[in-house]
Design a protein around this ligand. Structure first.
Ligand code: MTE
Length: 289
């Protein structure tokens, strides 16, 4: 795609906040201290967790940047940022959480593969951008307000970043078409985060935001949006981010027996202490006074 490229090495990464805990340096994966999660309702951008599978893409020329909308559509289009910005702008406050959040604790029970995360691979942001349902209307796909089901056509988001899991190809993921075309699902093509243009780490110039769904489906640095007959066959939909019962091990896993993970189980965590903090035990009589 003109205007934006995914480099193959890490020499041009953006600057990052020094208090982030780095869980992997290349690709860069980092989370804030727990206190960042409860010190404000909206997580500041520089303290928002960063989850990457390759080097951060570089936008050389925003005027030339286009996102193509193609696949099973009658009128495929290449959209500039100017066209996307002309559509009605929505601001959606949504939580983004990596499906790998709390892996470090899970691994204490049974080893989980992948980058280890403490509890802070989660954050709230106000995302600004166009609704995907409005964008899809531009290529002739009508809006729908139906209950989301995982079957049927999917909308695949393809990025420009190069991931080793995709054998050097781009990161990609998909969501059901009936979720994408439902304006009430608030799926965005976001160009702003907390009132500022997206920064490089979080997907500049344009990313998907899929509220209520694991962060892995909110694809950053969009290159194309494809309407496809069934869910995306990429690594991160078929060979990762799936949930299996405890009887399944790495040596007997059959990936095709589970659907890609979309939503999360409910969980909670105390953020006012770090794991290293020690709370003094007080005598019961003192507590009762
Ligand atoms: N999009 C691209 N292109 N490349 C990625 O590595 N990581 C995904 C998702 N979108 C990823 C991506 C994952 S696993 C998560 S949890 C979120 O982005 C993290 O978004 P953030 O870094 O803005 O917090």
């Amino acid at each position: 795609m003109p205007g934006v490229r995914g480099p193959s090495e890490y020499s041009q990464e953006p600057p990052r906040h020094p208090s982030l805990q780095i869980n992997a340096k290349e690709p860069f994966n980092a989370e804030p201290p727990r206190s960042a999660l409860n010190s404000s309702y909206i997580t500041p951008v520089d303290l928002f967790y960063k989850r990457n599978h390759g080097p951060i893409p570089i936008v050389d020329d925003i005027e030339r940047y286009r996102v193509s909308v193609c696949g099973l559509v009658e009128n495929p289009k290449e959209l500039s940022m100017a066209i996307i910005r002309k559509l009605p702008k929505y601001e959606v406050t949504a939580t983004l959480q990596c499906a790998g959040n709390r892996r470090t604790a899970m691994s204490k029970t049974k080893t989980v593969k992948g980058v280890g995360w403490d509890v802070s691979a989660i954050g709230n942001a106000t995302w600004g951008g166009a609704k995907l349902s409005d964008v899809l209307e531009l290529v002739g796909i009508p809006k729908l307000t139906s209950v989301t089901s995982s079957g049927g056509k999917h909308v695949e988001f393809v990025s420009v970043d190069m991931c080793k899991e995709e054998k050097g190809g781009p990161y990609k993921a998909s969501i059901p078409l009936n979720q994408a075309t439902n304006p009430e699902a608030d799926v965005l093509l976001a160009y702003e985060m907390n009132g500022e243009p997206l920064n490089r780490d979080h997907g500049y110039p344009l990313r998907g935001i899929v509220p209520g769904v694991i962060g892995a489906r909110s694809v950053k640095w969009l290159d194309s949006i494809n309407i496809i007959a069934e869910e995306c066959q990429g690594f991160f939909m078929q060979k990762d981010y799936k949930m299996f019962p405890p009887t399944v091990d790495w040596d007997n896993i059959n990936w095709s027996t589970r659907r890609p993970q979309m939503d999360f189980p409910v969980q909670s965590v105390i953020c006012s202490f770090e794991d290293v903090d020690v709370v003094k035990q007080r005598k019961v009589s003192t507590i009762l006074q």
